[in-house]
Design a protein around this ligand. Structure first.
Ligand code: ADP
Ligand code: MG
Ligand code: ZN
Length: 609
């Protein structure tokens, strides 16, 4: 198959542009109708073309005699041609033209200028090009390669000017990525020690939190080229093209090293394979994904004789990724890029107002406080909207009022998230999370609460409480498991205590606590009423059923009642704890609503005995 030059499809476009400009050249300057009549009367018009309602024509050049047959030189033509639209039913022009000896050419309507033809041919050309693309995609490798490159979607950027100062409020992610920058800058240090540096790092977080920005900033900080490609662009491609593109990507990377390779929106191409997908429809994606896995496996970040290549990828849907992508030696490191807390938002606002003249009335602290749930991109948008409003109103500084208006606008575009701004809901979430924390601390679970947050998370949850066991455990006693259950229902208990009723926010907790109770009763024989028998066994790791013991209806009822009793008991204990520490709970919630995150000393203070 002959190799199609990558720019071949430009040809028809160039031709069209050429024709169009020729046509335009003939049109010259626009002239009013009355002006035209005046010029004809003054004998200044040499010839006209009547084309429907349009009159195109040429003026006489100064001093030119009436019968001058010489064609105007192009340079003159350019200045002397004109177009005029004439009224419908105009019957004055033609007699007037005749009277003054102007040459007249008429273009009959049906004739249609060749522009018409172009419009007819255009769809055909488009179809042809589409067809050629399909051929290139499905056909042999050369075509695919040519096309794979031709779309030019692999961007290589050198001298990226973004650096870590441009990314705010994601300090943990930045700290993790500093290491990567060090690899890129001082590879010999790692080579000498024979250290294996991570191959792929996955940035995970909700949309607009600055994942793409961070990846670019890493390249900017390390001063290495940034080679990027977006997963979503693979989806629309024809079979074989994506795989070729992936190959290209890695080839370019090794040639350009040291470099950063960035695959944005990895989920678009890295979605889990297998059942549930329409057969055939995902062939392209599977091929692309397989190629990516192959390239990742064969890739050595610290290749001999060249600089380091680090592969970054970003996704806001880690849960749909094919697990194969996350295996050791592939994207085995994940960096969480979460929505910013209040202080983070204040810093992001700082970054985006660096070049915006602010009125002294603007208090970014207050703006940050009023924008819970906003991601970096939303804040950037907010600042921009505020500046736009100031400009619309003709001011040269942005005032606080601009921010308030801008916020309404931005919120309107964020419908779903705007719910998180609901004060009532924030309060409920705060009580819920503090309830977990206090129940964990005083329920005897022996775990340490590390962090309490009401910053909305990536995956659905409105807040979270992070507890870690004080030491690694492999065996749990009954009382330890019961204490875990108390911690799990602490959120619901707090809601019931404070608001008189629970909400849907505790569903996940309930599922976990029920699972735990069931395991205690049915698997571990840890309930007195049912006794030390194992009624249900886990499915074996080979996928077969573990062959549970048949139990009579009576035992099953008893087990159900036991599960219920255990959960009720946990709830009762959690409520007791919270009632005892009610005052502590209130103080904690107050601070949490203010800061959105509690950790370290600030948290320990509330959890002291
Ligand atoms: P993501 O890739 O996570 O969806 P982007 O990196 O594309 O988000 O962010 C879009 C824009 O929002 C950025 O170009 C930047 O202007 C702004 N932005 C997002 N997060 C931050 C942040 N943490 N600090 C500063 N600006 C940010
Ligand atoms: Mg992005
Ligand atoms: Zn909870």
């Amino acid at each position: 198959m002959p190799k199609i030059p990558r720019w071949w499809w430009i040809l028809p476009l160039v031709l069209i542009a050429l024709f169009a400009s020729l046509q335009l050249q003939g049109t010259g300057r626009e002239m009013r109708y009355d002006e035209l009549l005046a010029k004809v009367r003054a004998g200044e018009v040499r010839s006209v073309v009547l084309d429907g309602q349009t009159v195109r024509g040429e003026l006489r050049v100064d001093g030119e005699s009436d019968d001058a047959a010489r064609p105007a030189r192009p340079s003159e033509r350019h200045q002397t041609t004109f177009t005029t639209a004439r009224p419908v039913d105009d019957d004055r022009l033609v007699p007037l033209l005749e009277e003054h000896g102007v040459r007249i050419r008429v273009i009959p309507k049906s004739d249609g200028s060749w522009m018409t033809w172009i419009w007819l041919l255009l769809p055909l050309l488009l179809l042809l090009s589409l067809f050629a693309r399909m051929q290139a995609g499905a056909g042999g490798a050369p075509g695919a390669m040519a096309f794979g490159k031709s779309k030019g979607k692999i961007f290589t950027q050198r001298d990226i000017s973004v650096n870590f100062d441009d990314v705010a409020g994601v300090d943990e992610a930045k700290a993790e990525l500093r290491e990567v920058i060090d690899f890129l800058k001082n590879p010999d240090k790692y080579r000498a020690l024979g250290a294996r540096i991570p191959k792929g790092i996955l940035l995970v977080g909700p949309p607009g939190t600055g994942k793409t920005l961070l990846a670019r900033a890493v390249a900017g900080e390390a001063r290495v080229p940034f080679i990027s490609i977006s997963g979503s662009e693979f989806v629309e491609m024809f079979v074989g093209v994506g795989a070729a593109r992936v190959r290209d990507l890695f080839e370019q990377a090794t040639q350009t090293a040291p470099a950063i390779v960035f695959i944005d929106e990895l989920d678009a191409l890295g979605r889990a394979r297998g059942p549930g997908n329409m057969p055939g429809s995902n062939e392209e994606r599977e091929q692309t994904l397989n190629q990516l896995l192959v390239e990742l496996d064969g890739f050595e970040p610290l290749g001999e004789g060249r600089g380091v290549v680090v592969i970054l990828a970003a996704t806001n849907r880690p849960e749909v990724l094919d697990p194969a992508l996350l295996r050791a030696g592939r994207f085995d490191r994940q960096v969480v890029v979460d929505r910013p807390d209040r202080i983070g938002r204040r810093m992001i606002l700082g970054v985006h107002t660096r070049k915006v003249p602010l009125d002294p009335s603007v208090d970014l602290e207050v703006v940050a406080q009023r924008t819970p749930g906003f991601a970096g991109a939303d804040l950037a948008n907010l600042v921009n909207e505020a500046a736009l409003r100031a400009a619309r109103e003709g001011r040269d500084v942005v005032i606080m009022d601009d921010f308030s208006h801008a916020q309404d606008r931005v919120l309107a575009g964020l419908e779903q998230r705007s719910k998180l701004i609901d004060e009532e809901e924030r309060k409920r979430v705060a009580y819920h999370e503090c309830g977990h924390a206090l129940a964990a601390r005083f329920g005897g679970s022996g775990t340490k609460v590390h962090k309490v947050s009401i910053v909305p998370r990536s995956v659905g949850a409105l807040g979270f409480t992070m507890q870690l066991p004080e030491r690694e455990r492999r065996l749990f006693t009954r009382s330890q498991l019961e204490a875990q259950m108390v911690a799990l229902v602490g959120g619901r208990a707090a809601e019931e205590l404070v608001f008189g009723e629970a909400s849907t926010g505790a569903a996940d907790d309930l599922r976990k606590v029920t699972d735990l109770a069931r395991a205690m009763v049915l698997e571990h024989g840890l309930s007195e009423a049912v006794g030390p028998v194992s009624i249900e066994r886990r499915t074996t790791y080979l996928g077969g059923l573990g062959g549970g013991v048949e139990v009579g209806g009576k035992t099953a009822d008893l087990a159900d009642a036991e599960v219920r009793r255990l959960v009720d008991e946990a709830l009762r204990r959690a409520r007791n704890i919270l009632e005892t520490h009610r005052e502590r709970l209130e103080r904690m919630v107050e601070v949490l609503l203010e800061t959105e995150v509690l950790e370290g000393d600030a948290l320990d203070e509330f959890l002291q005995a």
